[in-house]
Write a protein that binds this ligand. Structure first.
Ligand SMILES: [Zn+2]
Length: 252
């Protein structure tokens, strides 16, 4: 079964507006990016939006301020915060755990904790942008990232902009690794700007979606759009969102 979610980081829309948009445009749910506050207090507001709009949180993402480095002392807190939601999967940037400052803690310690909390985690690669390229190649080079995840049997979150920015072929990457990809972060990329609405860049998204459809496995597709060029008003951005969603639905 394929589910389509809207990321709560979407242009300059607020989290509440994203829930409302997800309701109006009939997404299956949202991918909620936790805030730092959620690590220590109950995410009451978010649960209220989810209940009010009847839009479930079907996927989670670690707080962005910890996406490049998550100290081991916070591993349990990060995982525990995920338990407020019924999301099927929780994405972490590989670099935040596989960090030069903590060579011995990942993957064993983190994975053991995730198992204990009964949370399905998945790992995302970075785009090859400076200074992220100073970190180990497994965190941003598509082939090395895939080989590392295969070696440790880790699920992967395929972010189309990140893989393309690192000069990877998104269709080839998906086809070679599809059985270990439970989540796709979908956006277009024009060679300069990442996370564009679908159709505003030049990624082979049609071929990717055709390959995905053929595999017919449980997958969560997350529209992760940060930039809306040539969209002046909120209405223009909503239109670009609708166009992206139509593009997706055409294939699924
Ligand atoms: Zn992403």
């Amino acid at each position: 079964m394929i589910h389509i979610a809207l990321s709560t980081k979407c242009g300059d829309f607020s989290v509440k507006e994203v829930f409302q948009l997800a309701k109006e445009l009939r997404f299956d749910g949202v991918e909620y990016i936790l805030s730092l506050n959620d690590l220590w207090t109950s995410p009451k507001k978010v649960l209220e939006y989810s209940a009010f709009y009847k839009v479930p949180v079907i996927s989670l993402h670690q707080p962005l301020s910890l996406a490049y480095y998550a100290p081991p002392v916070l591993f349990e807190t990060l995982l525990r915060a995920g338990r407020h939601f019924s999301a099927q999967v929780y994405t972490f940037h590989l670099c935040s755990l596989l960090h030069p400052l903590q060579p011995d803690t990942f993957p064993h310690i983190f994975l053991e904790k995730a198992r204990r909390y009964n949370i399905d985690v998945s790992f995302e690669s970075n785009p090859a942008t400076f200074p992220l390229t100073l970190l180990s190649p497994q965190t941003y080079q598509p082939h090395e990232f895939a080989a590392f995840c295969k070696h440790y049997n880790l699920p992967m979150t395929l972010d189309t902009s990140h893989i393309a920015k690192s000069k990877g072929d998104i269709v080839e990457f998906y086809t070679a690794n599809s059985t270990r990809i439970p989540v796709l972060h979908l956006s277009d990329f024009d060679g300069h700007t990442q996370h564009l609405p679908l159709g505003m860049g030049d990624l082979p998204l049609t071929a990717l979606l055709q390959a995905l459809k053929k595999r017919c496995q449980n997958t969560t597709l997350v529209l992760e759009l940060h930039h809306f060029p040539r969209c002046e008003s909120p209405e223009d951005k909503i239109q670009a969102l609708k166009t992206s969603l139509l593009f997706l639905r055409k294939f699924l």
